[in-house]
Design a protein around this ligand. Sequence first.
Ligand code: UN1
Length: 494
Amino acid sequence: MENYQNFINGKWQDCKSGKTFENRNPADWDEVVGIFPKSDKEDVEMAVKSAREGFNDWRLTPAPKRGDILKKVGDIMVDRKEEIARLMTREMGKIIHETRGDVQEGIDTAYYAASEGRRLLGHNAPSELENKMNLSFRMPIGVAGIITPWNFPMAIPTWKIFPALVCGNTIVFKPASDTPATATELVKILLEAGLPPNVINIVHGGGGKVGTAIVNNTDVDVISFTGSSEVGQTIAEAGGRQLKRVSLELGGKNAQIVMDDANLELAIEGVLWGAFGTTGQRCTATSRLILHEDIHDKFMEMLVAHTKNLKIGNGLNEDVNVGPCVNEGQREIVEKYVKIGKKEGGTLVCGGEQMNDGECSKGFFYKPTIFTGITPDMTIAQEEIFGPVLSVLKIKSLEEAIEVLNGTIYGLSSSIYTQDVNSAFKAIRDIEAGITYINGPTIGAEAHMPFGGVKATGNGHREGGWEVYEFFSETKAVYVDFSGKLQRAQIDNY
Ligand code: UN1
């Protein structure tokens, strides 16, 4: 067990109050993974001051050089992939195959960011006047407040931090208090790769104290947050009052449609992975399954059999399929929704209880759970659960399937299994979501594609891919007049 610290102003240090919190393994609560500082507003203020100082030089460092550091970051992550994956499984429970994938997503993001250092393209446009040129440049914004969740402890921080850095911003990073150890590894790697110390600062602690202090600090110019829609709303309000740029990646209630012409085996594999991968704890998790009535019964018979075969246990075992919920509170939320599902008339066809046998006796395990007979108005068809619970709805047509899929406040990920090309393209056009998969599950976004959602899932920004670089930079329009005289736009030329 290790004692961890904040990294502020180029130094590893305890928080001012000296208070701490424990980080325990959700698969074995006897194991304390580490002790972390429980920071307050004054620690955040120091971190913001440090990042502000770091900005003076970092903004002037050529972007390709900033990218070179990210290239090194990616290389170090390749070397440490297994070690970080094991730590991540111990601190948040996700199975080892998935934590390896999580680190790989960080590596992919690092190499993409490295190459973007040599791109960061602006535009040029003709001038309406003679002997004059018009250009636009991408400028750094300043200090970026990065607030991240526990479900992708490496990938999501890298989605935000790497583009922010390449664009010339400096960082105050608050990772989720369930996954502070992986976040600390990321900061160590950035420093080892040669990032100047003030450019990255990490402050551990809870959202109420540390997150709020970052959001309300007027010297933080831009915020990127992934988490619940409720917290996102408060951040948007605070950001709005300060006219601060804010990117929010919030809840989802993602659905997979299976049409009567689908390859059912493929669709089964997809829903098992989408609903129960990461124990259902992805923003992109498949939380609803929308089945065509003609294949409903056959599909459910196959799905329940497969679900009962999933191996639940400690994610460090290579043959385990489903790890624990991240903590007790999360498992209680799952239990609450299962109770509601039953009360509202859903039919529980598998799971619906904790798993406490054998090696599961000391963790927050819950059996993969499926409800059939769910109608769109029911609570478990509407609210995000963030656990291994799947709600199955029956439909009669593609139009009805899309209407049901669109009938929640969220719009992150979506999927349709069909062999009919016309149905696939109608779905691409009519589904209200930031991400649509054809013949693939709702999870599995790639680092170089835009990631994010519509409606209550966010506020219109995207992470990943090229769009996040726009979020983390300001555009400067530049006019160069080499005519040697005053040329009045809109006047002298017309
Ligand atoms: C999330 O669920 O918060 O697309 C992120 C996926 C992953 C990222 C998920 N690559 O499922």
